[in-house]
Design a protein around this ligand. Structure first.
Ligand code: KG4
Ligand code: ZN
Length: 338
């Protein structure tokens, strides 16, 4: 079954054709980052406008790369939540129009479910149930993936998402938006033990995260150094910060794996591209005797191939949308569980 998938939840206009949830026939991503960089973050109004300009070309490009005509597609999948509402509406409206004129089924896909499903592409033998750490620009979750369409969120961030924390720290260190990749590269040249940053103590849910204290500690360190006229080695700050994030994520994931007994562990979302986090997860899984699944780097960030992958499993489970489909800025994975 060939699914044409569309993703426009943030600052990437993306389309892909995916066969049977696992094989990517094409994958086109048009990034708006260069424009948002000027403002130090995504400007929602600009994002919507760029999506509307790009979407036709991106979808045509995905069909062309797959060597298919509209008529050869079996269904259309689209990200409808969560994300920037104006951005989501561009993809949703386009997909609805397309489904109507081609009379193909329309499948609404949850963005985070899509990030998780990126791993079904990278690991053709991966099947739920498994435990998944989702770390993106907007979300940090530990999720029990019970089936291809059913989820239980057992840990979540109480404040900033991991990616947000990377981006804010990157900004104070003078890197452009989005700064996660710059921190990752810079950290390779620094000492992980140069600074000791705080790790949050969570009361209530031991699988929850908090990154605002860590973010504030790095910002204070940089500002205090500036005020005293001292020069900081930003490679050391980046390496120590990245190690602290990896340790926090690793400790929580390890606790959750021990408590739930899962030995298949998956990482998903834009921050899963981080080299320090990838190697920390490997160490943790080795010590737990667990198998680790990481998405290929090209499927870590926002893309439509992951939406096509999840769309296939949603389709098999009977999920469909009609012309009344709307977008939603927030929507929990648990609320869409079948
Ligand atoms: O999943 P994603 O593409 O978008 C959302 O759904 O939010 O994640 C984007 C986030 C940004 O915060 C970006 O800085 C971060 O992923 N990111 C990284 C790396 N590559 C992207 N963070 C740390 N290390 C990286 N190598
Ligand atoms: Zn995303």
């Amino acid at each position: 079954m060939k699914i044409l998938a569309i993703e426009s939840s943030c600052d990437e206009t993306a389309a892909a054709v995916v066969e049977d949830g696992r094989t990517v026939l094409s994958n086109i991503v048009a990034s708006q980052i260069e424009e948002h960089k000027l403002y130090g973050g995504v400007v929602p109004e600009i994002a919507s406008r760029r999506h509307i300009e790009s979407i036709c070309g991106v979808v045509n490009g995905a069909l062309e790369e797959a060597g298919l005509a509209f008529g050869e597609i079996d269904a259309i999948a689209v990200t409808y939540a969560p994300g920037l509402i104006g951005a989501l509406l561009v993809g949703v409206s386009y997909a609805k129009g397309l489904a109507m004129i081609t009379e193909k089924p329309l499948i609404p896909v949850h963005h985070i479910a899509g990030h998780i499903a990126a791993n079904y592409i990278s690991h053709p033998d991966l099947k739920p149930p498994f435990l998944c750490l989702v770390v993106s620009g907007g979300h940090s979750h530990i999720v029990e993936v019970k089936s291809f369409t059913s989820y239980r969120v057992i840990g979540r961030t109480r404040d900033d998402a991991a990616g947000e924390c990377f981006d804010k720290v990157a900004r104070v260190l003078g890197f452009p938006y989005p700064g996660g990749k710059y921190i990752d590269d810079c950290a390779k040249l620094g000492s992980k033990t140069a600074y000791k940053f705080p790790k949050p103590k969570m009361t209530g849910c031991e699988y929850d995260f908090s990154f605002s204290g860590l973010k504030t500690a790095v910002i204070n360190l940089v500002h205090n150094a500036e005020q005293r006229g001292e020069e900081l080695k930003r490679e050391d700050v980046a390496a120590s910060f990245q190690k602290t994030v990896a340790d926090i994520l690793g400790e929580k994931l390890s606790l959750a794996a021990k408590a739930t007994g899962y030995r298949d562990i998956v990482v998903a979302g834009g921050v899963s591209a981080n080299s320090g986090i990838r190697s920390k997860m490997k160490k943790i899984c080795d010590s737990l005797g667990a198998r680790l699944y990481l998405p290929e780097l090209k499927y870590c960030g926002d893309n439509a191939a992951m939406i096509g992958a999840q769309g296939y499993f949603d389709f098999l489970a009977g999920r469909r949308a009609d012309e009344s489909l709307n977008a939603a800025a927030t929507l929990s994975l648990e609320d869409i569980s079948l």
